[in-house]
Design a protein around this ligand. Structure first.
Ligand SMILES: Cc1cc2nc3c(=O)[nH]c(=O)nc-3n(C[C@H](O)[C@H](O)[C@H](O)COP(=O)(O)OP(=O)(O)OC[C@H]3O[C@@H](n4cnc5c(N)ncnc54)[C@H](O)[C@@H]3O)c2cc1C
Length: 334
């Protein structure tokens, strides 16, 4: 397929979709293995850690590191070995034949790649209340580290029972005068250490067996209507901020029906990191409903890049590109 100006499109050895710890680590390993690598950074360049301040559990940073700074380091390290960084979002893919085709938003011409690593991560889940959407940015938030500052000396509510909820609640105690941690059950999914920290914090008031029926307020949040799950009694809790921290949803809408997913939409790694489509790999939170940590995502990115390289080698030249006359191999271009 020749271009109008006569130049054949570049064929990448690997296209990586996503720029979180998984995507950048995959890029680092792929480019150091001499694979022609492109990274599509997408809607949230740097991934979820761009939403946080201190990261204290990523090896190598003895005094901790700010999330955005760490992601800048990861991007720089991958770029140093030749990974091409593109800001675009991928909004269409064709995995039905090889080489694979990926369309970046607003582009007619696809990017061509012999292998693909999906590292699109996950995003926060919402309760689904009408007022949650209406008051978004006016007191409703999904990110304490982004918006906590706006609630200095104010009362807030955090919804959830996992580590994210504990982390959000603890972070908010740096700003708010009172943090109400609301959980629908009396048992927590959170790790014991995080739960203990929350329990010990005098600013945190834990309400268990409590559901949120509504978020109150006209122009801004003024409170939350709560229901005691045991008695059915309703009460209004006056708060200025409402932080939803009930988990994440994998960013896999683009791949549904194209690669196998589980009942929650997480991509299934069938053979090490390879998906149900040979040559397409998945890494990080997009296929991890258990750990969801930066280090596990990074490790998965490493595994996916090694798997992609080995798979490509196993295919041999003839199979890797079906019509070499039409496409210019990246290795030929390099
Ligand atoms: C507030 C907060 C604090 C956290 N703190 C810590 C911590 O201290 N320590 C820790 O280990 N973990 C922490 N985590 C978890 C950690 O951030 C995640 O586990 C990790 O970021 C997952 O990495 P990932 O690469 O799989 O995906 P993500 O970081 O979710 O990145 C996904 C990437 O995919 C891109 N993308 C999505 N769709 C497309 C598309 N169609 N086209 C192109 N690109 C696309 C996005 O732009 C993004 O760059 C925290 C998470 C949050 C939300």
């Amino acid at each position: 397929m020749s271009e109008p100006n006569g130049t054949a499109p570049k064929v990448y050895d690997v296209a990586i979709i996503g720029s979180g710890p998984a995507g950048y680590t995959a890029a680092l390993y792929a480019s150091r293995a001499n694979m022609k690598t492109v990274v599509f950074k997408g809607w949230e360049s740097g991934g979820q850690l761009m939403l946080t301040t201190d990261v204290e559990n990523f090896p190598g940073y003895k005094d901790g590191v700010m999330g955005p700074e760490m992601m800048e380091d990861l991007e720089g390290q991958a770029a140093r070995f030749g990974s091409e960084m593109r800001p675009d979002e991928i909004d269409r893919i064709d995995f039905s034949e090889r080489p694979f085709k990926l369309w970046a938003e607003d582009e007619d011409r696809p990017t061509i790649a012999k292998t693909v690593i999906i590292a699109t991560g996950a995003k926060a889940k919402w309760l689904g209340l009408e007022n949650e959407q209406r008051l978004m940015g006016r007191g409703v938030s999904g990110c304490a580290t982004c918006d906590g500052f706006f609630f200095r000396d104010k009362k807030v509510a955090v919804i959830g029972g996992g580590d994210t909820a504990m982390e959000e609640a603890l972070y908010l105690t740096n700003h708010a005068s009172e943090v109400n941690l609301i959980h629908r059950r009396d048992e927590f999914r959170a790790s014991q250490i995080m739960l203990d920290r929350a329990r010990k914090n005098e600013k945190i008031n834990i309400l268990t067996n409590t559901t949120v029926e509504d978020i109150l307020g006209e122009d801004a949040v003024t409170g939350a209507r709560l229901k005691n799950a045991r008695t059915g009694d309703e009460s209004d809790l006056p708060v200025d901020g409402f932080f939803t921290a009930i988990g994440h949803e994998p960013a896999t809408a683009l791949f549904r029906g194209k690669v196998e997913t589980d009942d929650e939409g997480y991509i299934i790694q069938k053979d090490h990191t390879m998906t149900s489509v040979p040559g397409v790999f998945a890494a990080g939170d997009v296929s991890d409903r258990r750990y969801r940590q930066a280090i596990t995502a990074a490790a998965d990115g490493c595994r996916a890049a090694i798997d992609a390289e080995r798979w490509l080698d196993d295919q041999g030249e003839a199979d890797a590109i079906e019509d070499p006359g039409e496409w210019t191999s990246s290795k030929d271009n390099a």
